[in-house]
Design a protein around this ligand. Sequence first.
Ligand SMILES: Cc1ncc(COP(=O)(O)O)c(C=O)c1O
Length: 455
Amino acid sequence: MVVVFPALPVTAMTWSLRFAMRIPRFPMSLPYLMPGKNGRIRRLPSKIWVYGRWREGRVDSYSVGALDEREANTWRKRGISRMRLPNLTRYESIGINRTFNLADGHAHQPQSVSQRQIVGRLPELFDEAEYARQSDLEEEFRGLFYGLAGQRTAATLPRALCCYSASLSTDLIATYAASRGLRVALLHPCFDNLATIMKRREVPLVPLSEQQLSPERLDDTFANLAADAVFLTLPNNPTGFEMSREAWERLVSLCGRFDKLLILDFTFRFFSRQPFWDQYELLEQSGIRYLAVEDTGKTWPTQDLKCSILAMSPDLHADILELHNDILLNVSPFILRLLNEYLKDTEREGLPSAIWATIDRNRQMVREAIDSTFLFPENPDSTISVEWLRIRNPSIRSVDLVDRLHGHGLGILPGDHFYWADLSEGERFVRFALARSPEMVERACSILREGIGLR
Ligand SMILES: Cc1ncc(COP(=O)(O)O)c(C=O)c1O
């Protein structure tokens, strides 16, 4: 249950003390406190509210923000201003129900002609899946997936487990890290559920910026890293940040030298325009410990019928397999059968026309719509399926802009939670998803201009 709870005197106690207390339930919103930087309590500007989650007679976690849109609207009517919701998924849930949903990063672009033909064969694929052997489907899936990604070594890897979703793969990693007491240096910014899953499993996290991974700073970064594992999303959602092959080779060699576990989230890999090369060959030959997450869900528009692969170095296999066994026997054979058709189709059509063309067209439209406004592409070279925009007007907060656009029927994400270690850093950004129909994006761009007062 989620309850609203009030502030107690600022100077009297620290946040943690107050947090650990059994705070009584209050029927209505009252003024609030928030932990500030360095663990000190700070008072929030007025009209922001703190919610605690009530479990077993005490508040066990808190967030600032509305519980749902209906409630937010009620408070808005009472003159209470924007609230930051607890995580990105909450904003995605709102976006999904807008007329123009550019919030979640899942693949919602329209089917190509040949993909539509696959959809026309669904009953046949269903029947085939029913009679297929699971191991054959998985083997074919891994072969096609990794083949398309240019990862020949991984295609025959005996240590690659299929999971329902990338989040499940991440959760297995988090559970493993927690069981070994590992501290993890996690990319900052990154999609917030990587951090929240780790935190829920009580894995200590250290933020690692993209600048710290630059070729000039990489050696220093590793020499001073207070963590046992390094967790990177490449390319990174939301920024589109990538590492060159040379930087990658250096990264792997530093992991070997400093004995760090390398955790890689490759879920946006198919949007990279760097020439594909066999990253798993390097990982395998290096002898380092690694865990690598793959996913189809960001790339193919299969209505969230998706599969994630979690691959690992030999030394981790037994432990991760056991964790995997606790959760699932197999990903649906029908989903694998369907995905195999999409993968074969993309192999035939080629990534440029099957995947990239729509993303590029949509990016172009968004960039034209924001031209000469207070929004600016943070990474002009980004090629991934989201656009990360800086808000150049210091008086506009991301959540205010998102809230305003929600009112116009357009769902996007505020940047805040991508900066999971310091949400305020993300206030200067918003993210637009691009894996959508260009017709919808075109209309969304008009709404955007209207929403920011240009029409
Ligand atoms: C980089 C990254 N990894 C993992 C995930 C989790 O994916 P899923 O929601 O399909 O589990 C996301 C979600 O957007 C993501 O952006």
